[in-house]
Design a protein. Structure first.
Length: 603
């Protein structure tokens, strides 16, 4: 390794090709800036070219009988909706290439881990709570502490429970649970409970209050959510990397789901486990030092966080003004603006979270993210941001703008089909091929990851064997189609509500599995069934010749209510667990921390 004049570690492969000047490398010296620029240009060309091909293809199909207002509307909707699947496709393709070519060290150069390096920094493990079940949350924090203690490095970590709870009965339970924990733990001085009497700034404000007060006694902090779980080994890996590279501001690994009794969460996290592998690997290849931040299960350097990551209060009133709901990506952009890198280690090293237990909870979480991401419209022009950080904010907005674009596009399809019927020699084959191409690009992260699992020796066995893996992959693909229908329309309706001043705010999340009553599912998803019914009638009236082929699309919306009830059914969850369908590696061979969680949860 070579040390440059700014005390940055520069990989030998880079040092041979560039002069040792800080301005030629990223702040921590992991890559030559020229290398990242080249990768980003490649991604830009690939994405713009692919999006252009899709749009030209769509225009060629739609213009075959002359242009109508419907054709123009479809093109606009497709233009807004297509960028997300296009980027997903190329991230997945590059990630698959990286994984298949065993090029992992090139993804994040010089992030080598020294398993024998002593821990020399003090780290605060902070868990934020607001009206959560304290026993459930503290159970996870205790497992984290026990795991760190077993490594022999536990003395370098302290534990803070940061409460914003405003329900007196829950606050009393928090205080009692912490008091009991401290009374039975020899490290009671390193277990601290603090409750604010307000919720200013939501979770981000809670963490910042800590960082600017008690956090000043620590170099690093590890924010955890109430459903977070990490192994001691994973935490030490991240801390060792951070202490070796002082210009790293935020570092995280892949966060994956914990084993669960919920059918919904089980299938969802099986798909996420696959999709995140190739997608994040590909993203890390070109995003580099301007990586995303997921707000928890990440090691954060406190001093630059305090100095650079103060969130602005947005002008105007909610829903678009006031305090920022989706704080994490803004903090990542500000950290990089301050001269510190934000990195994702795109591997699974023992970082977990619980996923929403049913479709209703998932949709609720999605709408909060939607409102928070749309607030970024006021931040994209913030002075001093790195171009890629600015892009990350814009992309987070476009992700949700694409949702109503897809819904409107689906609603226009009966009229497109009706117009096509009047056009001699309409290119039906080309239209079908375009639709299948878009579907394939949407599914590319999942398909590429499944392919990677099948091509990696021994990996299929970690998921329960070939038969169980194949059943899980097929079930999850079907599940993802229905889930997209169940959440996309709700998100669009929520976005319409935002235009009229409706604000979601920050509410306690539903974390425990259980049945979703038919009445509750109907109250949440009746608009989806209505939309599916209207779509079917529209096809029957305007384009009866394609009614049969339209039924799968309409059925995804029509079945939203039974989908929500069925995937929340404990009986379905028990069936999947009993037969090992949609199993993740922690189901097949659970780590000690997972076993400890299952034993205390009674799983």
């Amino acid at each position: 390794m070579t040390i440059d004049c700014d005390r940055k570690v520069l990989p030998e492969a880079v040092s041979r090709s560039v002069a040792l000047e800080p301005c030629l490398t990223t702040p921590a010296g992991f890559e030559a800036i020229a290398t990242l620029k080249r990768r980003r240009r490649i991604m830009l060309v690939l994405n713009v070219a692919t999006w252009t091909i899709v749009m030209l293809w769509a225009c060629a199909v739609l213009s075959s009988g002359g242009w109508t207002w419907v054709d123009g509307a479809v093109v606009i909707c497709l233009g807004l909706a297509a960028p997300w699947p296009v980027l997903g496709f190329w991230n997945a393709a590059i990630g698959l290439w990286q994984l298949g070519g065993r090029r992992n060290p090139e993804i994040v150069p010089a992030l080598e881990r020294d398993a024998h390096a002593p821990i020399t920094v003090k780290t605060a493990v902070v868990m934020t709570l607001r009206n959560e079940d304290p026993a459930r949350a503290l159970r996870r924090l205790k497992i984290v502490k026990d795991s760190l203690d077993r490594t022999g490095e536990g003395a370098h970590f302290s534990y803070f429970v940061l409460s914003d709870t405003d329900r007196p009965e829950i606050a009393r339970r928090e205080e009692d649970a912490i008091a009991l924990w401290r009374a039975n733990d020899a490290d009671r001085e390193r277990i601290v409970y603090r409750r604010r009497d307000h919720n200013l700034g939501f979770k981000a404000g809670n963490v910042r209050d800590f960082a600017t007060t008690a956090g000043r006694d620590f170099e690093l902090m590890l924010p955890l959510d109430a459903d977070s779980l990490m192994t001691g080994a994973a935490i030490l890996d991240l801390v060792r990397i951070m202490q070796r590279h002082p210009k790293l501001g935020i570092l995280q690994s892949l966060v994956v789901g914990t084993p669960t009794a919920s059918a919904f969460a089980r299938i969802f996290q099986f798909g996420m486990r696959l999709g995140m592998r190739t997608y994040t690997m590909g993203q890390a290849w070109w995003v580099g030092d301007c990586g995303p931040f997921w707000g928890h299960n990440a090691v954060v350097r406190i001093a630059p966080f305090v100095e650079h990551c103060r969130l602005p209060t947005l002008s105007g009133r909610p829903p678009f003004g006031g305090h920022i709901l989706s704080h994490d990506q803004v903090e990542a952009a500000l950290m990089r603006k301050g001269g510190f890198e934000v990195r994702v280690l795109p591997v699974e090293i023992g970082s977990y979270e619980d996923n929403p237990p049913n479709a209703a909870a998932f949709a609720e979480r999605d709408t909060r993210w939607c409102q928070g991401n749309l607030q970024y419209l006021k931040l994209i022009g913030l002075k001093g941001l790195e171009p890629v950080s600015r892009y990350q904010l814009a992309w987070a907005v476009l992700m949700f703008i694409g949702v109503p674009a897809w819904i409107v596009l689906f609603g226009l399809l009966p009229f497109v089909a009706a117009d096509a019927e009047t056009v001699p020699d309409f290119p039906v084959g080309s239209a079908v091929a375009l639709s299948l191409t878009l579907l394939a690009m949407n599914l590319a992260p999942k398909l590429s990851a499944a392919l990677n699992v099948m091509l990696t020796p021994g990996e299929v066995q970690r998921f329960g064997g070939r038969v169980r893996f194949a059943l899980g992959a097929g079930l999850e693909l079907l599940f993802s189609v229905f889930l997209s229908a169940a959440t996309s329309l709700r998100t669009m309706l929520f976005m319409i509500g935002l235009l009229f001043g409706r604000s979601n705010g920050w509410r306690t999340q539903s974390r425990d599995s259980g049945e979703l009553p038919w009445a509750e599912a109907a109250s949440r998803f009746w608009p989806h069934a209505l939309f599916g019914l209207i779509l079917s009638f529209a096809f029957a009236i305007f384009a009866p010749h394609v009614l049969f082929w339209s039924l799968p699309l309409a059925f995804c919306f029509l079945a939203a209510i039974p989908f929500a009830v069925l995937t929340a059914s404990p009986a379905v969850g028990q069936f999947l667990r009993r037969h090992g369908i949609a199993a993740i590696p922690e189901d097949v061979a659970p780590l000690p921390e997972i076993r400890a969680l299952q034993s205390t949860d009674g799983a």
